[in-house]
Unconditional design. Structure first.
Length: 106
């Protein structure tokens, strides 16, 4: 391959890779928080009230099953997003490594 690779291309790929890694970390934390919330909701005494934050106010939840379903759906959605981010990270890393080796040999 006689493709010329610039330092700007490599730096751009490195920035993109770092951004995706930061997003992966953020989404992973959110998934963990949802898991903790779902577990706490399941372990909550059914006679005690449960509240949901909506902006700056707390609202009492009447239907725990509905809330649990919403939380599970949100968690599943985040897990799908995380999988796409991981796939993107793998592609970017591979592309970065290819460009870096071309740059070093060029």
């Amino acid at each position: 391959m006689s493709e010329k690779v610039s330092t700007e291309e490599i730096q751009s790929l490195a920035r993109d890779l770092q951004l995706v890694r930061n997003q992966i970390q953020t989404v992973s934390s959110q998934i963990s928080e949802y898991g903790i919330t779902i577990e706490a909701l399941e372990n909550q005494d059914p006679d005690r009230p449960v509240f949901r934050s909506l902006g700056n106010i707390l609202l009492e939840v009447d239907d725990r099953n509905s809330l649990s379903s919403e939380l599970e759906e949100a968690k599943n959605s985040l897990e799908e997003h995380l999988n796409r981010l991981i796939e993107r990270e793998d592609n970017l890393r591979e592309h970065y490594e290819d460009k870096a080796s071309l740059f070093e040999s060029g």
